[in-house]
Design a protein around this ligand. Structure first.
Ligand SMILES: [Ca+2]
Ligand SMILES: [Ca+2]
Ligand SMILES: [Ca+2]
Length: 398
C-alpha cells in the first residue's frame, strides 16, 4: 500500500501547478450520515481536490468557505481567524472571517501544516526543504529542525518538544529544542499526522497502512481504526471519539472507542485536514463598530460572555485632536459584574452587561482585549462620544 500513498503525495504536488484540473473535480454532492448524536460543533475541512477550506455544521451544511486553490491544512484560531497552509501561494496565511489576509509568511515551498503556538509564533512544516520551522510574527525563523525526510505534520508539545510525522523516513519523532530525538516510533508507513494525547499516548495516521493507530510510550498499539484509505489527519476529540480525514475515501468520519462510525460527511473532495471547531470559537466574541456618518455618536464593542463575570478587559483609546495626539483613558482593566448594565447601544437587542467610557477627539483608535481576544477599530472625523462594551451573550437569565 505504500505505492498508493506515494502516488497520492506525488499527485498532490502535481496539483500545485494544475488548478484547472482541480476546478473540474469540485462539483461533488455532500452527503451526511448521522448514526447517533454527535454535537453542535462545526467541522473545518481542507478539501485538497478543490483546494477550498470548508466549514460544515453537523448536518453537512456549508456555513463558511475560503476559496483557496491548494490548501493542505487549516485551523481556527482563538481570535476566530483561520490559519491556512496555502501551497498555491507558497505561504502560510491568516485570514479573517471575510477572507482578508491579516498575516502571511511567504517563501515556503509546499507548506503542509501550520499551527499557531501559544507564544504567538507559527510552527510550519516545510517538506520541500525537509525541515520544520517556527517563525515569529515578522516571519523570521526562531527555531528549525532540519535533516528530515518530507515532514508532513508537526505539533509543539506542552514540554516544549516538537512531535513530527516524518513521512518518507516512515517514523514519528519527538525532538527537543536542540533538535535531538528524545522519542520515536519507527517502521510506520508514510505517517501523515501525529498528535500527543493527554495521557501521553500518541495518535498517528499510518497512511500507507490505511489505518489510524494509538500507541503508548513504549510504541505498543493500544487502539486502532483500520479499513481506511490513506488517512491524512486524525484528532482525538474531547468526547473521546476520533475524527479522521479519510483522504482517498473522500470522507470525514468520527469513530468511537470501538471504532464504530458515529458521524460522517461523505462526498468530500480529498479531505486532507480536519478540525472540530468549538461553538465558542465559531463566533467572534468581540465586535466594535462606529455607526455610519457619525459626528457625535458611539463606538460600541460587543463582547460575548459565556457566563459568569467578565473581568480583565484591557482597553485602550487613543485619540488624535487636530495635530496633537492625545491619549484618553490610557489603558487599564475593568471588572464587569453580572447584570451590571449601564447602557445598550442603539439598535441592538443584545444588552446583558455593559461598561461605558467617554472620550472625544478627531481621529484615533479604540483597542479592546479580553481573554486572549482583541479587536481594534480606527475612526476619523470628529467624535465626541462613548465606547460601550456589552456582552452579546450574558449569563443566562434566571
Ligand atoms: Ca495545523
Ligand atoms: Ca500541526
Ligand atoms: Ca491531527
Amino acid at each position: 500500500m505504500k505505492t498508493k500513498i506515494e502516488v497520492c503525495l506525488v499527485f498532490m504536488i502535481l496539483l500545485i501547478g494544475s488548478t484547472s484540473v482541480i476546478a473540474a473535480t469540485s462539483n461533488v454532492q455532500k452527503s451526511y450520515d448521522k448514526m447517533s448524536s454527535s454535537n453542535e460543533n462545526t467541522t473545518l475541512i481542507t478539501e485538497f481536490g478543490t483546494g477550498e477550506i470548508n466549514e460544515y455544521n453537523e448536518s453537512g451544511t456549508l456555513i463558511w468557505s475560503y476559496p483557496a486553490i491548494n490548501t493542505c491544512d487549516a485551523e481556527r484560531l482563538q481570535n476566530r481567524n483561520t490559519l491556512i497552509a496555502d501551497a498555491s501561494l507558497n505561504s502560510v496565511i491568516e485570514v479573517n472571517e471575510n477572507g482578508g489576509i491579516v498575516w502571511q509568511k511567504s517563501g515556503i515551498n509546499l507548506p503542509l501544516d501550520a499551527d499557531r503556538l501559544q507564544n504567538g509564533n507559527t510552527l510550519i512544516t516545510d517538506p520541500a526543504n525537509n525541515r520544520v520551522i517556527e517563525v515569529n510574527v515578522k516571519g523570521e525563523i526562531d527555531w528549525e529542525k532540519d535533516g528530515l525526510n518530507y515532514p508532513v505534520k508537526a505539533q509543539r508539545l506542552e514540554n516544549g518538544n516538537t512531535l513530527i510525522a516524518d513521512a518518507y523516513d516512515h517514523r514519528v519523532i519527538e525532538v527537543n529544542a536542540a533538535g535531538d530525538i528524545v522519542w520515536q516510533k519507527t517502521d510506520l508507513s508514510q505517517p501523515c499526522d501525529a498528535e500527543r494525547l493527554q495521557d501521553g499516548n500518541t495518535l498517528i495516521c499510518d497512511a500507507g497502512d490505511n489505518r489510524v493507530i494509538e500507541i503508548n510510550a513504549d510504541g505498543d498499539i493500544v487502539w486502532e481504526k483500520d479499513g481506511l484509505n490513506g488517512p491524512m489527519d486524525a484528532n482525538r476529540l474531547e468526547n473521546g471519539n476520533t475524527l479522521i480525514a479519510d483522504y482517498l475515501n473522500n470522507r470525514v468520519i468520527e469513530v468511537n472507542n470501538i471504532g464504530e462510525i458515529i458521524w460522517q460527511l461523505s462526498g468530500l473532495n480529498l479531505p486532507r485536514s480536519v478540525e472540530r471547531v468549538k461553538p465558542e470559537l465559531s463566533m467572534n466574541p468581540l465586535y466594535m463598530f462606529i455607526p455610519n456618518s457619525v459626528s457625535i455618536g458611539k463606538i460600541c464593542a460587543y463582547i460575548r460572555n459565556n457566563g459568569g463575570n467578565l473581568s480583565n478587559i484591557y482597553w485602550e483609546i487613543n485619540v488624535t485632536a487636530g495635530l496633537t495626539k492625545k491619549s484618553y483613558f490610557a489603558n487599564g482593566t475593568i471588572s464587569l459584574l453580572k447584570g451590571d448594565i449601564t447602557e445598550v447601544c442603539t439598535g441592538n437587542s443584545f444588552g446583558k452587561t455593559a461598561i461605558k467610557l467617554r472620550f472625544g477627539g478627531i481621529s484615533g483608535y479604540v483597542l479592546v482585549k479580553i481573554e486572549g481576544f482583541e479587536t481594534k477599530i480606527e475612526f476619523s472625523g470628529f467624535i465626541f462620544g462613548r465606547i460601550i462594551i456589552i456582552t452579546e451573550y450574558g449569563p443566562s437569565e434566571e
